[in-house]
Design a protein around this ligand. Structure first.
Ligand SMILES: Nc1nc2c(c(=O)[nH]1)N[C@H]1C(S)=C(S)[C@@H](COP(=O)(O)O)O[C@H]1N2
Ligand SMILES: [Mo]
Length: 398
């Protein structure tokens, strides 16, 4: 017998699937501040109006002003990234299973109910696409021309990956763990999306199988009913609709590890603009970043006192300092950091400044507890990853 809650849930999922068929562009557009930056504002089920990058598969950016509302990005504003057009919109949570296999003593097939019975944990962590801010690269690079909205911070709820690996019993000699999701390519020639982590990383107790996000089920487009959370690491590892975990005794050699999502194996993982690196490694941890969230580039401000406000984050060492310059980077004043809600989270900051009439270049620069500082000049790599130059906001005050 289905109880009322189950029936409601199924009706909801069915309505969602119907909703996707009628997804549409709203009349509005926005223009991101680089060439060919005009984007439609689009409407999707479970999402407020978002900046559309592609529609097959759906790729949605968060309108930047959302980041001024607080350190947690609401589910209905959280960005969406997919590689393959066959997005699973109609998953029945009662039939969904997660397989744990490969070099394990006891292969598992877990239902969502089984997973929900395991001891749960929570972590607040930023998810950011490797190509966030790619549209700002000069020289321009191929790939999704994203503004700064392919990032978000949420409270994830689920079970440590370690719990499930321990239940299955990882065998001696295990090297990596590979992760596959339910979405697939429309054509057989396209490689399926799968990622891998080293066994030590996968069993660190922090990497997590999440079914909850900010107190609700995961939105369909953010990986319902289960996704991987890899705190401090770029979103490419955060496999959505996760249904397959395979323990390997060798290095995973799938396309999305071996050929895609690679960064130069050089200091700062950058190369001379326009050149190709000799050797590459898989992309891994976030670079340190900060933004002003209550002033946009090109804004007009009133003369007098203004409280500048923003966010900063890094790969999990935590933010040591955020400094602000109102004179184009000549002098810097430390901002006041808000209470830290987690070392992988957005950290809010604010700073009152007094500005007389004139033109200003406002800049914000974060330093992590590991001593990593944002560079004054942009670093470059051919895939347009890791952008973390000090952000500049040109404003006029009158
Ligand atoms: N199944 C699946 N998981 C995936 C992807 C994908 O294409 N398919 N893209 C990855 C990438 S590159 C990013 S940046 C994040 C984005 O997570 P979000 O869509 O929830 O914001 O999902 C990751 N997980
Ligand atoms: Mo990504």
């Amino acid at each position: 017998m289905l109880d009322r809650r189950e029936l409601m849930k199924r009706a909801g999922v069915a309505a969602l699937a119907t909703g996707f068929a009628s997804t549409r562009a709203l009349a509005d557009t926005v223009t991101l501040p680089f060439d060919n930056g005009e984007r439609p504002i689009v409407s999707y089920p479970q999402k407020r109006p978002m900046i559309g990058l592609t529609s097959r598969p759906p790729q949605l950016e968060t309108p930047f002003s959302i980041f001024n509302d607080g350190p947690i990005t609401p589910n209905n504003a959280f960005f969406v990234r997919y590689h393959l057009a066959d997005v699973p919109l109609n998953i029945d949570p009662d039939k969904f299973t997660l397989a744990v296999k490969g070099k394990v003593d006891k292969p598992l097939t877990l239902s969502l109910k089984d997973i929900r019975k395991l001891k749960a944990t929570e972590i607040v962590a930023v998810n950011q696409c490797s190509g966030n801010s790619r549209g700002f690269f000069t020289p321009r690079v191929a790939g999704g021309q994203l503004g700064n909205g392919a990032m978000g911070c949420a409270r994830w709820h689920g079970v440590p990956l370690k719990t499930v690996l321990d239940m299955a019993g990882v065998q001696a000699g295990a090297k990596q763990v590979a992760f596959g999701g339910l979405d697939g390519p429309v054509m057989d020639t396209t490689p399926d999306f799968a990622k891998a982590l080293d066994i030590d990383h996968a069993s660190d107790g922090e990497v997590m199988l999440a079914y909850g996000m900010n107190g609700e089920d995961l939105p369909v487009l953010n990986g319902f009913p289960l996704r991987l959370i890899v705190p401090g690491y770029f979103g490419t590892y955060w496999v959505k609709h996760l249904n397959e975990i395979t323990v390997l005794d060798h290095e995973f050699d799938g396309f999305w590890m071996k050929s895609a999502y690679r960064i130069p194996d050089t200091p700062n993982n950058s190369v001379e603009p326009g050149t190709a690196p000799k050797a590459t490694i898989p992309i891994n941890r976030f670079t340190v970043r900060s933004f002003i969230t209550n002033v946009t580039d090109g804004a007009k401000l009133k003369a007098g006192r203004t409280v500048l406000k923003g966010i900063a984050f890094d790969s999990g060492k935590g933010i040591k300092e955020v400094a602000v310059s109102t004179d184009g980077g000549n002098t810097w004043v430390p901002a006041k950091l808000a209470h830290e809600i987690g070392k992988y989270s957005f950290r809010e900051w604010k700073l009152p400044v007094k500005l007389a009439a004139g033109s200003y270049e406002l800049k914000v620069r974060a330093t992590s507890n590991a001593g990593e500082v944002q560079p004054a000049e942009p670093r470059w790599n051919p895939a347009g990853y890791l952008r973390n130059v000090v952000e500049t906001y040109r404003v006029t005050v009158a």
